[in-house]
Design a protein. Structure first.
Ligand code: TRP
Length: 434
């Protein structure tokens, strides 16, 4: 469970949720996000747990076992492509975290004005060597760690780092209480003003909920294939979703008061976290130490997430393509480095390339959550809700009758009806019908 929570808690909560909220108008977005976590996120997480724990297999063989007469298992290919694209943009941000950790160590983050922090960020991502270099450096660490076969270690890192990260976030949130922009920041982030909410915002909130819970990418299927038969799935999913959401909310409670105190734009997008946080540290006694420790914790939170993403692809090659574990790892590393390098170049060498009006990084970022995670999550929901033998769902959620069955009806209802309605809404929206 520690490893599963480690997969969920990552840059998605700390970096992505606040800027998505900023772009989409704040409080109303957060409200929809929380509703998505409860109505879709927890049920979809349970559907992945049901597939994983009932088969003890990874996605393709699990689907083949559960639905032997169909070709549904082919859906796993869509998932693998989605995971590679996710790794592609996510590792770029991990590279930014390393650069900021490095800058914190050498003292490059102290003593600047707000506009200088924007320039520092622009200067860094605009430098192709640096931006691509750190991205590849991060992935190298990721795959070297994975090559050591350190499953136990990952669990241990997660169970130490996560509470520490949480503690840090609480300390910074207390600090935010005393900032001059606190009231404006919190009002923006938490007070729902529905006039600012667009249909695009609703879809982004849904995608954000799936991304932040690591859903729709078969990662939860893999992790739950190791759960023991007594683990109470519904309770675990609720705790993971709760802690994960809380981490995201704390990040926003820190970032928005700072945004309004220092005069940044809440809409500034992926750069928001990196522009705003150095200013927060600057205002704290011992700011450099706080910055070093914080970026280290964020680095580990990101690493436990990329490990779970990479594992999906590695185990796919290993189990489905009959490659050795080492060759699968090497192939995954090459593919991830290729995709990530392209997206790291979106800010420098390839900054003139746009697709649908987005640079390549934004494209991968948006496709990852709004197409692959949502598509994957909803597929799992419909598969489990409509096609899977109901007895398997009941057995898994009640541990063969040993624990509370209360959540079963709600889960089946959500998987059968709420998730498909969500897809239809997305379809109507993206085709321009509504
Ligand atoms: N949930 C992680 C985060 O919030 C990202 C992540 C890790 C992920 N593993 C995943 C997303 C698997 C989708 C699927 O940072």
């Amino acid at each position: 469970m520690a490893a599963t929570a480690g997969s969920a808690v990552g840059l998605g909560n700390i970096w992505r949720l606040p800027y998505e909220a900023g772009v989409n108008g704040g409080g109303a977005f957060i409200l929809v996000f929380i509703l998505c976590i409860i109505l879709l996120g927890i049920p979809v997480m349970l559907s992945e747990f049901i597939i994983g724990r009932s088969t003890h297999k990874t996605i393709k063989s699990a689907l083949r076992q559960l639905s032997p007469k169909t070709k549904i298992y082919r859906f796993s290919h869509f998932v693998i492509i989605g995971v590679l694209i996710t790794l592609g943009f996510y590792s770029v941000v991990c590279g930014w975290v390393i650069e900021y950790l490095y800058q914190a160590i050498v003292g490059g983050l102290s003593g600047h004005t707000s506009s200088e922090y924007t320039q520092i960020f622009n200067g860094f991502v605009g430098n192709g060597w640096q931006c691509v270099g750190w991205t590849i450096g991060f992935l190298a660490v990721n795959f070297l760690v994975m090559g050591q076969g350190v499953q136990k270690g990952i669990e241990r890192i997660s169970s130490i780092m996560m509470p520490l990260l949480f503690l840090f976030l609480v300390v910074f949130a207390v600090k935010a209480l005393f900032m001059p922009g606190f009231k404006d920041g919190i009002e923006f982030f938490l007070y729902p003003d529905f006039s600012k909410l667009t249909m695009r915002g609703v879809i982004d909130a849904m995608g954000q909920a799936f991304m932040s819970l690591s859903l729709g990418a078969a990662a939860m299927i893999i992790y739950s294939s190791y759960f023991n038969d007594d683990a109470p799935l519904a309770k675990d999913a609720t705790i993971i979703a709760g802690v994960n959401t809380l981490v995201g909310l704390l990040a926003g409670i820190i970032i928005f008061p700072a945004v309004f105190s220092f005069g940044f734009e809440p809409q500034s997008g992926p750069r928001l976290f990196f522009e705003v946080l150095p200013g927060v540290f600057q205002q704290m006694a011992g700011g450099q130490m706080w910055a070093i420790m914080f970026f280290t914790l964020v680095f580990f939170a990101a690493l436990t997430s990329t490990i779970s993403l990479s594992e999906v692809v590695i185990s796919f090659f290993h189990e489905e393509c009959h490659m050795s574990r080492n060759s699968s790892l090497a192939l995954t590393a090459v593919l991830a480095i290729a995709v990530a390098s392209v997206s790291a170049m979106a800010f420098n060498v390839l900054d003139h390339v746009t697709v649908f009006g987005m640079n390549l990084f934004d494209l991968f970022n948006t496709l990852s959550s709004n197409l692959f995670m949502l598509g994957g999550g909803i597929f799992t929901a419909v598969f489990v809700g409509w096609f899977l033998d109901r007895q398997i769902i009941i057995d898994q959620l009640s541990n063969h009758g040993r624990c509370n069955r209360g959540i079963i009806n709600f889960t089946i209802f959500a998987l059968r009806y709420i998730a498909p309605v969500a897809v239809i809404m997305i379809f109507l929206f993206s085709t321009g019908i509504i």
